[in-house]
Design a protein around this ligand. Structure first.
Ligand code: SAH
Ligand code: SF4
Ligand code: F3S
Length: 479
């Protein structure tokens, strides 16, 4: 533990890099709220801003649950909040710059609201460089806590609010798995469920293994209990989360653990099950067999490939070749011909040549992705790739991203056209963000559908006739 003279517990990314793999299951503890924290929030408001992936969204829901148990009430207003939480993402530099910009602008808000507590947590908090910068230049931040310290939020707030002590608590090693944490879910039709935490893959560009720690699987029964409780609350969909779900159960010594878990979640009878994210290295075709067997496991697969060049994949430490990925793709299509297939791609990784970028385009053509998240490589301090020369000029990175995105959206448009005239089952999430008169939701195939219909469809699964298609969404009307 790295403590300085103020008794701050500061992050140490190097410890994460040198850690040993977990060969045994993580210990489990049950969450308890201390008496002194219980009424701390009475008459006070909280605001949480979450960035990043769905795992972070789920963590934000746990924090909201803890705060409400302490008596806090949610507000949508930054000005009004007594406790403001920035639940951050460290995946690319741009994400971090935005957070610093926003925290910077809070100085004046806090001046108008004396006693306001500003907290920073999530993946950025696990980085030394971030915490150093906060200590040096952001005196308005009162509390920094890491991803492994999330469950300590009530106790940390006691320290900050009653003792007036600026607090930094960032452990660089995962502790017990904490179960029975309270939760305030942000959606009423679908719920996120962590099945495991952390990542052991150490892709050379990626900061997640350092910010989230070792792979730790939750016990199957704890996961099932959460899925069953979603169903009992009337939720239609459970979304199972892990950085690399196919590694689920390795530490619990369960063979083919993910597929077994998926099947038992399907047996609960909840209407829809999805999962993110799969990794080509640990991926097992038994998962596709489970999709075929259980109609409530949605037929869509997000399988990030990152690059189509073997040399780049090797330098990324991804552990597969482009041909291996093509084989997985062929096998999957052979079993479910109309599966929705999506991916993540990075352009401009150190030393990526034009030919290597072309190999990515070739792979995109081969796999005909329904959708892909595409990124310009962003060096992350402390990762192995950050030591490689970031030698692709920004103009070239941007040009490659544009070419890739044009290719991706042409393929996506073509694939979406095939849905016009068909009727899809859409889980209605409510009015669309852009137009209050139109509903939006996701079909079983994970297509975003905007549609018109009578009042009262929110949270229901609706038959929607598709009338028009775009690159990344479909339009229709409820039948
Ligand atoms: N665990 C998942 C995804 C984690 S992060 C997986 O392995 O696929 C989501 C995506 O962000 C990654 O798939 C990758 O495409 C992108 N990403 C991660 N680190 C990045 C970096 N340093 N620069 C650019 N994109 C990055
Ligand atoms: Fe990052 Fe790779 Fe782990 Fe995904 S599998 S979180 S890209 S290290
Ligand atoms: Fe970002 Fe952390 Fe998720 S870095 S993508 S919030 S695991």
């Amino acid at each position: 533990m790295n403590k300085n003279k103020e008794n701050y517990i500061l992050p140490e990314m190097r410890r994460e890099a040198n850690r040993s793999r977990r060969n045994t299951a993580a210990e489990c503890s049950r969450f308890v709220m201390s008496e002194e924290a219980e009424n701390l929030g009475r008459g006070k408001k909280y605001y949480i801003r979450t960035y990043g992936c769905q795992a972070n969204v789920r963590d934000g829901e746990t924090m909201a649950g803890m705060l409400e148990l302490m008596g806090f009430v949610m507000t949508e207003s930054v000005e009004e909040a007594d406790v403001l939480i920035f639940n951050t993402c460290a995946i690319r530099q741009a994400a971090e710059d935005r957070v610093f910009g926003e925290i910077g602008s809070l100085k004046s808000v806090k001046a108008r609201h004396p006693g306001q507590i500003i907290c920073l947590c999530g993946c950025m908090a696990q980085e030394e460089v971030v915490v150093e910068k906060i200590l040096q230049s952001y005196p308005q931040v009162d509390l920094v806590f890491g991803t492994h310290n999330l469950w300590r939020l009530p106790q940390l707030l006691v320290k900050v609010m009653t003792e007036g002590e600026r607090t930094i608590e960032v452990d660089s090693e995962d502790g017990d798995l904490i179960e029975e944490m309270p939760v305030r879910r942000s959606a009423s039709c679908k719920g996120f469920v962590h099945i495991m935490y952390g990542c052991d893959k150490f892709c050379t560009y990626c900061i997640v293994p350092y910010t989230r720690g070792r792979e730790r699987s939750r016990r199957p029964q704890d996961i099932l209990d959460e899925v069953i409780s979603l169903k009992q609350q009337g939720m239609k969909e459970a979304v199972l989360l892990g950085q690399n779900v196919n590694a689920y159960g390795k530490d619990l010594k369960i063979e083919d653990g993910f597929t077994k878990l998926l099947e038992s979640c399907a047996e609960t009878g909840i209407e829809r099950i999805r999962f993110y994210t799969s990794h080509p290295r640990d991926y097992s075709v038994t998962t596709i067999d489970a999709m075929v067997r259980y109609p409530n496991i949605m037929k869509s697969l997000h399988l990030p490939v990152q690059s189509g060049s073997d040399e780049i994949l090797k330098r990324m430490n991804r552990g597969y070749t482009a041909d291996h990925f093509r084989q997985l793709y062929d096998e999957m299509r052979a079993k479910i011909s109309d599966i929705t297939f999506t991916t993540d791609l990075i352009v401009g990784f150190p030393s990526e040549t034009d030919e290597q970028f072309e190999a990515t385009l070739d792979l995109v053509d081969y796999c005909q992705f329904d959708m892909a998240y595409s990124f310009v490589y962003s060096p992350r301090s402390g990762t192995p790739a950050a030591k490689m020369a970031d030698d692709i000029p920004l103009s070239v990175k941007k040009e490659r991203l544009q070419i890739l995105n044009d290719r991706l959206s042409a393929i996506a448009s073509k694939r979406n056209e095939a849905y016009v005239g068909r009727t899809l089952k859409v889980l209605c999430e409510g009015p669309s963000k852009k137009n209050q008169n139109v509903y939006s939701g996701y079909s079983e195939e994970n297509k975003l559908v905007n549609f018109t219909g009578p009042a009262g469809l929110k949270d229901r699964i609706v038959d929607v006739k598709i009338e028009a298609s775009h690159s990344f969404s479909l339009d229709g009307s409820a039948l």
